[in-house]
Design a protein around this ligand. Structure first.
Ligand code: G4P
Length: 293
């Protein structure tokens, strides 16, 4: 799905979510476990306005488990429960229901005290494009829900999807925009594949990813691409490009005359990184997070 965001879109998307908030008990905020802050909407706290919330770190199958632990602690320190999930292979529904009950414990207790039977919890999934909202909705619904209206500004009648007897989910997610004014955020989104359109230059994104990988996951590069010599100093741009060239040579990404086709090499690097072929990699750690919540 391609979305070109304009201020008008943002206002409309925000208004739509705020309309939906009136209907729900709980917001389920979906983030990408590999880039939890970069995949987060910069205005999320303001938009959700104290609505009880559960944070899900999706695509955790692709993220570094150690880093995911750090992120869970990071969110816990800020009063948010974050749960790692895999919306494709995993079966997160029971866990989501259990954690949602905890998030809504006050409300449920109050209903019980009044002698009421707690009704099904009503929830809305929110997140930026490609974070896995539709995949999760389908997984929780146990069937494929038509992806109509999955675009900012497109409305349709609200439908509730029953998730067992204890939860009801709005069938269309709330679509948020990332913090794209920040260049590094854009690079992280592109490196993980959240931005599919080539707004950013392929070679720049691959260079950004390579620099990060050399610093944080050197063994992944050695093992996947058979590159033995890695630069100590990742501020040495030429040395980083040389690693990309070597990968290009090893993978036959060449132009006539035997020179490396850096664009092809970049594509190889990014495709394999995004597919998890380099192992489980997190592209953003709490310690170097540039965006604060
Ligand atoms: P959206 O509604 O938020 O826009 O996202 P959507 O569900 O369409 O998911 C975007 C892509 O991410 C899909 O891949 C989907 O399979 C993948 N995805 C979602 N959740 C997970 C997860 O937990 N783990 C992994 N590994 N992948 C997940 P796609 O349609 O094939 O697109 P792509 O692979 O070309 O990006």
């Amino acid at each position: 799905m391609t979305i070109q965001w304009f201020p008008g879109h943002m206002t409309r998307a925000r208004r739509q979510i705020q309309d939906k908030l009136k209907l729900i008990d709980l917001a389920i905020e979906l983030l990408d476990a590999r880039i939890p802050l970069s995949s987060r909407n910069p205005m999320i706290d303001e938009i959700l306005n104290n609505k009880p919330r559960l944070v899900l770190l999706n695509k955790s199958d692709l993220a570094d488990p150690e880093a995911t632990k750090q992120w869970i602690a990071y969110f816990a320190n800020r009063g948010l429960e974050a749960v790692p999930i895999d919306a494709v292979q995993g079966n997160p529904t029971r866990d989501i229901i259990a954690r949602s009950k905890v998030a809504l414990a006050h409300k449920i207790e109050a209903q019980l005290r009044k002698g009421m039977n707690p009704r099904a919890m009503r929830a809305l999934i929110v997140g930026i494009p490609n974070v896995g909202k539709s995949t999760l909705i389908n997984k929780m619904a146990g069937r494929k829900i038509a992806a109509t209206g999955d675009r900012p500004g497109v409305t349709k009648g609200q439908q509730w999807i029953k998730v067992g007897t204890e939860m009801e989910l709005l069938d269309t997610p709330g679509i948020l925009w990332p913090k794209f004014e920040d260049q590094t955020v854009g690079m992280r989104l592109a490196a993980t594949g959240a931005i599919k359109e080539e707004i950013l230059h392929l070679e720049d994104v691959a260079f950004f990813a390579m620099k990060y990988l050399i610093e944080y996951y050197p063994n992944a590069i050695r093992e996947r691409f058979g590159v033995s010599e890695l630069p100590e100093d990742t501020t040495d741009n030429e040395a980083v490009v040389e690693v990309m060239n070597e990968i290009g040579r090893k993978r036959g990404a060449l132009v006539s005359g035997g020179r490396v086709d850096l664009e092809k090499a970049s594509l190889v690097i990014l495709r394999e990184l995004r597919a998890g072929k380099l192992g489980r990699i997190t592209m953003e750690l709490p310690e170097e997070a540039s965006v604060e919540v």
